[in-house]
Design a protein around this ligand. Sequence first.
Ligand code: SAM
Length: 284
Amino acid sequence: MAEAAAAVRAAHKLYEKSVIFDDPFALQLTSPEWRFVAKNQWLYSLIVKKILKVLRPAHGQVLARSRYTEDRLENAISNGTTQYLLLGAGLDSFVHRRKDLISRLKIFEVDHPETQELKKERIASLELEHPKNLHYLPIDFRTESLSEILERSSLNQKEPVFISWLGTVPYLKRDVFFEIVQSLSGLLASKSELVFDYANITISSDDQPVVEKLMKFAERRGEPLITQFDTKVLNSNLNSLGYNIIENISQAKWRVFYYENSPTADLCPISAAYIAHLRVRNLL
Ligand SMILES: C[S@@+](CC[C@H](N)C(=O)[O-])C[C@H]1O[C@@H](n2cnc3c(N)ncnc32)[C@H](O)[C@@H]1O
C-alpha cells in the first residue's frame, strides 16, 4: 500500500490542477507498475478516474494527511523541535523534498523491514543522497517493541519529537496501537507531538461504497484494514494515556482546509476519515 500511496502523490502532481501536496519524488519511488500507469495519462484516467473512481476520497486523504502533517511539523520546528520520527514512513520522500527543513532536524524513519529495504533499494538505484541526519529503524510493530528500538537509537528522549504516523494505524490491532501510544507518552519529552490518521467506526451509507472498495483493495494486497475507533472514546483513552488532544478532525475540516471551491473537490475524504494531532503531556 506504500506504493499505491506514492502513486497517488505522483499522479496528483502530474495531472491535478490544484496541488494539495507537492511530491516530485513520488513517481520515481513508486513501483514500476504504478509508474507505468501514472505516466500514461490515458491509462491513468481509465484506471484511477473510471475503474477506481470510487476511491478518489481515499486518494484525497493520502494527500491531505501529508500536507496537514508537514504544516504542523513546520510549526513545531519554528517552536524549537529538532527531531522528526516517521512511523510507517513508506515511500514518503520528506528527506529529499524538504531541503529547507532537513538541516534543522534529526530524522528517524521507522518502518517494516520489507518496506524499508525496498525503499533503500529504490533510493540507491535513483542515486538519491542519503542525508547523514537520517536514521532508518526497522520494526514490525506487531512483534517488536518500539520503545526498546527508540531507546537503542540516537533519539534524544529529553528533547521534544514530532511524530507522524500516516496511513498505518488501520493495519494494526487496537492493542498494538494502544501499547505504542502508551509507550511513546512514557518515553518522550513533554511537548512532543503525534499526528496520525485513522477511520471512525461510524460509516454513513453514502461512504459505504468507498469503504468496501478500499477494504477489498487493501485485502487483495495482503494488507487488510482491521481497526477503526470511536472518536470520543479514542480522545478519552488518549487523554488518560498522557496526551492533550490538539485536534481530532474529520471531513468538514478537511474540506475547509484543502478542498472547498477547488477543482479537486471530488478528492475530499469521507466523513469516517479522521486525523488526530496530539501533544505529549506525560502522566504525573
Ligand atoms: C499505506 S503505507 C503509508 C506510508 C506513508 N506513511 C504514506 O503516508 O505514504 C503503510 C505503511 O505502514 C507500514 N506498516 C504496516 N504494518 C506494519 C507493521 N506491522 N510494522 C511496521 N510497519 C508497518 C508499511 O510498511 C507502510 O510503510
